[in-house]
Ligand binder design. Structure first.
Ligand SMILES: *[C@@H]1O[C@H](CO)[C@@H](O)[C@H](O)[C@H]1NC(C)=O
Ligand SMILES: *[C@@H]1O[C@H](CO)[C@@H](O)[C@H](O)[C@H]1NC(C)=O
Length: 270
């Protein structure tokens, strides 16, 4: 019998709450996330890594019903009215911690931390029924790609138990360039296309090659345009986790589009 694995995916989650507010510059990402819903059918739990929670050591939200943590500012009131009443899953959180420990990766459970927008924005679009328990996991603030690939690899066995592993970040995060262009009503002077091509080429390679390439993402063309050296590569780390949790076969591009003032961005399934 062929083994059915729950998905390992990377979502570009768009700019703040905008995909869920149907803001035109983020509409393609919103439409993609909505179209993803059937791929969660049959999934028993979602372990999701958000670029918006980063710590020295991995932290895991282990509450039974975490609140939403509205970690953005300056958006219309509707952006603060979202609800995502999915349950947490303390035992799944503990299992994630044990699997990480077995791989020599220390982590801490946090039963009070709410789900940030890197979790609730993509999930309220891609699983509006909110019927699947969710565990949020942080990334590491060292932002080392190889560490995050190892984190994904450490928990990949959960997929055989029906647990989806989701990385939530962005394959482009030069917000100054993108927002500046959007406000000026013109496209960016430089596009992120060369970087995005290299990311897609890496992700669409078989596992070993894929992870080797992603570990050296900062050598990709325009890497420091896509992620200026100010910590913005935190948004690349969830992609590394998803790839690390992925299968042997090449990953697949499941979304390619634009956000804000013409930044290329992608989503992948591994
Ligand atoms: C994350 O875990 C560390 C221990 O590794 C702890 O000191 C820190 O307070 C945690 N951070 C959050 C935001 O929960
Ligand atoms: C849990 O997370 C919250 C919010 O980030 C933080 O304030 C708190 O210190 C954390 N608790 C522990 C035990 O790390």
């Amino acid at each position: 019998m062929t083994e059915i694995l729950a998905p390992a995916v990377f979502f570009t989650h768009g700019a703040g709450p905008l995909p869920a507010l149907d803001e035109p510059e983020n509409a393609p990402i919103g439409a993609f996330l909505r179209s993803f819903e059937p791929q969660f059918d049959g999934v028993k739990g979602i372990v999701i890594f958000s670029a918006h929670w980063s710590n020295e050591e991995v932290n895991i939200s282990s509450g039974a019903s975490p609140e939403l943590y509205f970690d953005y500012h300056g958006f219309p009131p509707a952006a603060f009215e979202f609800r995502y009443p999915a349950p947490g899953n303390p035992s799944l959180a503990a299992e994630v911690k044990d699997l990480l420990a077995a791989a020599g990766i220390p982590s801490t459970l946090n039963s009070t931390r709410g789900w940030d927008h890197g979790v609730f924005i993509p999930l309220l679009l891609s699983r509006p029924k909110a019927d699947i328990p969710v565990v949020q996991v942080s990334i590491k603030n060292n932002k080392v790609a190889a560490d995050h690939i190892a984190i994904g690899a450490a928990i990949q066995s959960l997929r055989k138990k029906g647990i989806a592993i989701v990385g939530s970040g962005a394959s482009f995060h030069n917000m100054e360039a993108a927002v500046g262009a959007m406000r000026a009503g013109k496209s960016m002077e430089r596009s992120s296309i060369e970087f995005e091509k290299a990311v897609r080429n890496a992700c669409c390679s078989p596992k070993v090659e894929r992870n080797e390439k992603l570990a050296r993402w900062d050598e990709f063309p325009d890497a420091r345009f896509a992620y200026p050296d100010d910590g913005s590569e935190d948004h690349f780390m969830p992609l590394c986790v998803a790839s690390g949790a992925g299968g042997e076969r090449p990953g697949k591009v499941i979304f390619e589009g634009m956000m804000l003032g013409g930044a290329c961005c992608s989503a992948f399934r591994f």
